[in-house]
Design a protein around this ligand. Structure first.
Ligand code: UTP
Length: 297
């Protein structure tokens, strides 16, 4: 039995340039999908997987995130007085216990790997999860839970893996596969954003990871990688150099890239259609759209 994974890092210090001008004042993770900010979906997934300690790597201008997870006594009391118990329950479900959340600042956006390394002192000697709230995964069993269960057998470092088209590989970290056993893939290499035509496979790394504390040491041994950033992929791939295992996990579920406008809009429509109170109206609206006319111009 491997050590239980109870800590998760949420790197949310990126600049979010693809959503400018909105992200000038609203953190990307606070943007709303139906009626909940993106970060809430990530937190719910982590909680369902047994995570107890939530570590946010933030940056300047992200204070809305800290406020979001605080209690809101005035709002709660107003809802209680007016008998709006359903809303009160919804609100309370977003509260986090005192001491469950830690915030660490990444002073300069030097890359995802650098953001993760900023949390090293809070991780100590335990395995930990990393969740990118941009990657939203709709699934019966939460993606992180699927991975934590698989990790109990494999140990090592584990990354969520998803098949993409050959044209898409240059936007992702890509796995070089040694062997496959059901949903688990043993990895012999990882490349961040390979140049077109050079990807070792079509299995891309998605924003869910279970990592060993040794990864934090690896940052000392890697240089800046793709895009001049300190890449998490490179720190994980260093495990192979040190003779340790890396696994990919082909999760069950539908993933939306909410870091891109098209992905965010697709997630909004898909999640709205899953909500009983919105389904009929949304379906009616979608059917009424004259897509051909829009495409024509
Ligand atoms: P992205 O590659 O989506 O970058 O980061 P971004 O800055 O958020 O968005 P764009 O590309 O400018 O629109 C993936 C994840 O890594 C975090 C981001 O917050 C996001 O969750 N990240 C990235 C950091 O925390 N720090 C960094 O230096 C870079």
């Amino acid at each position: 039995m491997k050590r239980k994974v109870t800590k998760a890092i949420f790197p949310v210090a990126g600049l979010g340039t693809r959503f400018l001008p909105a992200t000038k004042s609203v953190p990307k993770e606070i943007m709303t999908l139906v009626d909940r900010p993106l970060i809430q979906y990530a937190i719910d997934e982590a909680r369902a997987a047994g995570i107890e300690d939530f570590i946010f790597v933030t940056s300047r201008g992200k204070s809305a995130l800290e406020d979001y997870f605080d209690h809101s006594p005035e709002l709660e009391s107003a809802l209680r007085k007016s008998g709006k118990t359903d809303l009160l329950d919804t609100l309370k479900a977003t509260n986090m216990d005192s001491g469950a959340i830690a915030y660490i600042r990444q002073h300069k956006a030097l890359g995802l790997g650098h953001a993760v390394s900023c949390a090293r002192k809070l991780i100590g000697d335990e395995p930990f999860a990393v969740i990118l709230p941009d990657d939203l995964i709709a699934s019966e069993k939460p993606c992180l839970q699927q991975m934590i269960e698989a990790y109990q057998d494999t140990g090592g470092a584990m990354v969520a893996a998803m098949e993409v088209t050959p044209e898409q590989t240059s936007s992702y970290g890509v796995l070089d596969v040694l062997s496959e056993d059901g949903s688990v893939v043993k990895v012999k290499g990882m490349v961040e954003k390979p140049a077109a035509g050079t990807a070792p496979s079509n299995l891309a790394v998605i924003g869910r990871y279970i990592l060993t504390p040794r990864i934090m040491q690896n940052f000392k041994n890697i240089e800046r990688g793709a895009g001049g950033e300190i890449q998490l992929t490179d720190a994980i791939a260093y495990e192979l150099t040190a003779g340790r295992d890396i696994f990919g996990y082909k999760f069950e579920g539908e993933r939306f890239d909410c870091g891109s406008k098209a992905g965010f809009l697709q997630a909004t429509v898909s999640f709205a259609l899953k909500r009983p109170e919105l389904r009929d109206e949304m379906a009616g609206f979608l059917k009424s759209l004259d897509v051909d006319k829009a495409l024509a111009g």
